[in-house]
Design a binder for this molecule. Structure first.
Ligand code: NAD
Length: 730
């Protein structure tokens, strides 16, 4: 056998039993990914296998501890400039995997850890797949999340293996399935405990070397699909019905903004009976070059970079135990996130009832994971034992970090911070989850403000990945690095932002809600405002979002921003009239801009009357405001504020800002974020349009100086605005 240099990603080892162990271990990379080079190497190893008739079975494994293959190398993918290059990459993968599929020897992929995208497409080209029952093992084709479809045979092999309906589900949702589910649906032929993997693999090899064993495995694959399912798939009308339903479902969820799932349905529909790798490659090539795919890839890569980036200079405190003060909606969630990361946490509030409330909301989040089979009941039990309650500061003498999440009141927070500082060791980080109060004003209450900073989680903590890390004037670099590492250890994405009212995300989001409330006050129906925004690609309309957040909470934050930024964030009086009696405060009270009634919502006429106060404000009336103005007023006001944030260095650069808005608010991901949207629309046009809106609706639309400057011939946002504060900032 040829000896390969240590730089080789694919190695082949033949044992005495005639089994060739083909190991993928890309040097210098945390996870295995496929690019040109690794595909070429794989092909070379496959040629060696094909030429060696002493080999009867090839077992493909990963050399990485808890991951199999993460998919294609996105770095390489993002260098693709045109359809020809995209098609060539697709065809190359198809060709190499076809070689694997056509080996005369038996091929088995042994999957431990995540097996995604190209990784699963390679495994699909093997004769059999074994998976470990480890919780890190998951199998999926997430390509649609990047605006493309599987292009290395996934659309061809998966439906054949597990059936049309389950394959559509995997490909159209992009969501990976667990090892157990993969086994249940016939995607895996065996599931084994990691500890016995080598033994079980050998036993499986022996089994499928016999005719009876092989028949058994193939019969099981057939059995897992119901007779009805097989019957529906077998006829053209049955298949057409299935594909139509899938298309309808995709359109309902995406409003037609995402072409990739629709293309996947078309390709699978056209090739199910007459397979065609060519059709798959052509579709992938077209999709890979759309701005939508480029935007989704850019957002994904930024998030990966922020997740992975480790302390560059200066090391931080590694948080081994922590405390949370305030066990309300946020405190309970933060305690959950810490415990979920394996960190013991003390949860303090002023009463045992409040502590119990926070603990039970953490328990509910764990129970959700158990229900989705992401953890076992035993693991949940252990995780809940990591959270211990207190109404005093007992146990705070040993913690490495404290996160304050008490009520949003400066005096109370300063008092609580002083108490915390008295109880914790000198090295401990102290952080506040405030959404609107000044970090520096809080820091002034502390003797050692260098270890204090803002750590702004979003609600609900278990679902929102973004966390804003907000250093104050006196925060040390070490504290920033430690906070970012803590956030990463919770599996979340830290983004370091400048300290200003609303920080980054709320400072940009609130003007959007305020402007929508202003349009409502001017008489534009709530449903029209929200419809226009959803059609643009927002996950929900601005006023439905305000109802979700709570109008009381939103109003309070809006007033803080109005106070900080003046007339351009003036909160419409009508908004104040709606919330003033405390009964119309959004979904939680059953009424806000909408009335909520047994799962349905309808416009709230009372809110309408309160907002307009019996007349139409500003001499305007809702019907006279066209949809185009509704859209631009809500969206361009965000673009304008985002440009100010970049100018002031509140975000490092346009990429970080866009990622924060997509992750923190759900801003239409396919548009790539606020700045990318402006860039693609054309900065000159954006500035002109803002000018028009300013003369029609008020000075608040006056274009931000940075926008004007860039529109007049600057290089655009891409990498043009950079500003370094602290080593964690790029
Ligand atoms: P909440 O009212 O649900 O909970 C606050 C908790 O703090 C209560 O349980 C209260 O008993 C407790 N508390 C009050 N004084 C205390 C003291 N002296 N010591 C210990 N506990 C005390 O509030 P919340 O929504 O969880 O918000 C908490 C913080 O998080 C606020 O600063 C808020 O601005 C911020 N925040 C909230 C959201 C959100 O959507 N709710 C999002 C991001 C940030």
């Amino acid at each position: 056998m040829i000896a390969h240099s240590p730089k080789t990603a694919w190695t082949l080892r033949l044992d005495d039993d005639g089994i060739a162990w083909l190991t993928f271990d890309r040097p210098g990379h945390r996870v295995n990914t496929f690019g040109r080079e690794t595909l070429d190497e794989l092909e070379a190893r496959l040629d060696e296998v094909a030429a060696d008739d002493s080999i009867h079975t090839v077992v493909v494994v990963s050399g990485k501890p808890d991951s199999f293959i993460a998919g294609a190398d996105l770095e390489e993918f993002s260098l693709i400039h045109d359809e020809d290059q995209a098609r060539a990459l697709s065809e190359r993968g198809q060709e190499v995997f076809a070689k694997l599929a056509s080996l005369s020897q038996t091929t088995i992929a042994v999957i431990h850890g995540s097996c995604l995208g190209g990784g699963l497409e390679m495994a699909l080209a093997c004769d059999y797949r074994l998976v470990t029952d480890h919780k890190s093992t998951s199998l999926g084709l997430p390509e649609v999340n990047l605006g493309i479809i599987p292009g290395w045979g996934g659309t061809q092999r998966l439906p054949k293996l597990i059936g049309l309906a389950p394959a559509l589900k995997i490909i159209l949702t992009g969501k990976p399935v667990s090892a157990r589910k993969a086994f249940r649906m016939g995607l895996a032929d065996g599931i084994v405990a990691e500890a016995f993997l080598a033994d079980h693999t050998r036993r499986f090899v022996e089994r499928v070397r016999t005719d009876a064993g092989r028949r058994d495995v193939l019969a099981r694959r057939r059995r897992v699909r119901s007779r009805v399912q097989r019957a529906i798939e077998a006829t053209p009308p049955g298949r057409a019905l299935m594909l139509r339903a899938a298309r309808k479902n995709v359109l309902r969820k995406t409003h037609g903004h995402y072409p990739a799932p629709l293309e996947a349905i078309r390709v699978i529909g056209e090739t199910f009976v007459h397979p065609s790798m060519r059709t798959e490659a052509d579709a992938l090539a077209r999709l890979a070059c759309t701005p939508i795919s480029r935007n989704l890839v850019r957002i994904f890569r930024s998030s990966q970079q922020l997740k992975k980036r480790s302390a560059k200079d200066g090391s931080g405190v590694r948080v081994g135990s922590a405390a949370v003060v305030g066990a309300g909606a946020m405190g309970g969630g933060i305690a959950w996130a810490l415990s979920n990361a394996g960190i013991p946490v003390r949860l303090k509030d002023i009463s045992w009832e409040a502590v119990a409330q926070g603990t039970s909301s953490a328990a509910a989040m764990f129970a959700g994971k158990v229900k989705r089979r992401r953890m076992t009941a035993g693991e949940m039990n252990l995780a809940m034992h990591r959270i211990s309650g207190t109404v005093e500061y007992t146990g705070f003498g040993h913690v490495d970090a404290v996160i304050e999440a008490v009520v949003e009141n400066m005096d109370i927070k300063r008092q609580v911070l002083r108490e915390i500082e008295r109880c914790v060791p000198r090295h401990a980080l102290i952080m506040s989850n405030t959404s609107s109060l000044s970090i520096d004003e809080m820091a002034a209450a502390l003797r050692h403000p260098d270890r204090f900073l803002g750590l702004h989680f979003f609600n609900p903590v278990n679902l929102m990945q973004l966390v804003e890390v907000v250093p104050g004037e006196k925060t040390s670099h070490e504290a920033v690095v430690s906070a970012c590492e803590l956030v990463r250890s919770m599996g979340k994405i830290p983004i370091v932002v400048g300290s200003c009212a609303g920080f980054l995300v709320n400072r940009i989001l609130l003007p959007y809600i305020i402007e929508s409330a202003a349009m409502f006050e001017e008489g534009v129906p709530v449903e029209r405002i929200d419809r226009v925004l959803v059609e643009f690609g927002m996950p929900m309309g601005a006023l439905a979002l305000a109802d979700e957040v709570g109008l009381d909470v939103g109003y309070k934050v809006a007033k803080v921003l109005e106070h900080a930024y003046g007339p351009r964030m003036r909160v419409p009086d009508g908004f104040g009239r709606i919330v003033q009696d405390g009964t119309t405060i959004g979904k939680k009270s059953g009424r806000g801009f909408y009335i909520y009634d047994s799962g349905n919502k309808r416009p709230n006429d009372e809110a309408r009357a309160l907002a307009s106060n019996g007349h139409t404000a500003g001499g305007s009336n809702g019907e006279a405001i066209p949809d185009a103005d509704v859209l631009d007023r809500a969206i361009l006001v965000m673009v304008n504020e985002a440009a100010r944030c970049l100018d002031e260095g509140i975000a490092d650069d346009a990429d970080a800002l866009d990622l924060a808005m997509v992750m923190g608010t759900g801003f239409a991901p396919f548009r790539g974020g606020v700045m990318r949207y402006a860039q693609e629309r054309g900065l000159r046009e954006v500035v002109e349009r803002l000018g028009e809106l300013a003369s029609k609706y008020g000075e608040r639309f006056e274009p931000a100086p940075l926008l004007v400057q860039l529109a007049e011939g600057g290089p655009g946002f891409d990498g043009s605005v950079a500003n370094g504060k602290g080593g964690e900032r790029s």
